[in-house]
Design a protein around this ligand. Structure first.
Ligand SMILES: [Zn+2]
Length: 191
């Protein structure tokens, strides 16, 4: 196939050279309004062309490559004495795959286990480009299937206003689940 980025022939949808050039993580973090810490592997602008494949036939392959460059090494280096669930926010299947499940699937080690389908939104409002006011007025209304008295790392592809992660962690708290922190592929603070 051809590399999505440079157009040269490649075994993967993003070639080795482009992966090295464009997909080295540059970690950052934010503290959300409820005190939740969100660590992000990339800034949105850095990987925007790759994220734009999300709703295309290449989406799952690109997300897999991104997850292997970010979530996988994070899990390798993360140690804890706790038993933790990696919980993707709303990992329902869209466009034939679940982009957040691809991310959480790479976040596993001796203490972290991905739990799929554990936090699904009942509402399906489109948040992209919407204001914080809109998001607050149209909550996701999550359904929680996480065991009580457990620990969680919340996972999403993007953090924009942070309102989804705040709502998700609040829902978990109400169900007796403590969110340790959140991990997102990209920080889209300015969107
Ligand atoms: Zn390339």
């Amino acid at each position: 196939m051809k590399c999505l980025s440079c157009g040269r022939w490649s075994f993967k949808i993003v070639c080795k050279e482009c992966t090295k050039l464009f997909l080295e993580p540059s970690p950052s973090f934010r503290i959300l309004s409820n005190g939740l810490r969100v660590d992000s592997f990339y800034n949105y602008d850095e990987i925007a062309p790759f994220l734009h494949t999300k709703h295309t036939v290449y989406g799952s392959k690109v997300f897999k490559i991104l997850a292997k460059k970010s979530f996988l090494p994070f899990a390798k280096n993360f140690k804890s004495h706790l038993n933790i669930f990696a919980i993707a926010v709303d990992d329902g299947v869209k466009d034939g795959y679940s982009h957040t499940a691809i991310l959480s699937n790479e976040l596993k080690n001796e203490s972290i286990k991905p739990l799929f389908g554990a936090l699904r939104a009942k509402s399906s409002f489109k948040y992209s480009g919407k204001s914080l006011e809109y998001r607050k007025a149209h909550p996701r209304e999550f359904e929680c299937k996480v065991p009580k008295d457990s620990y969680a790392i919340l996972i999403d592809d993007l953090v924009t206003t942070g309102s989804t992660l705040v709502e998700a962690s609040q829902k978990l708290k109400n169900e007796g689940v403590e969110t340790l922190f959140a991990l997102t592929l990209a920080n889209a603070n300015n969107y």
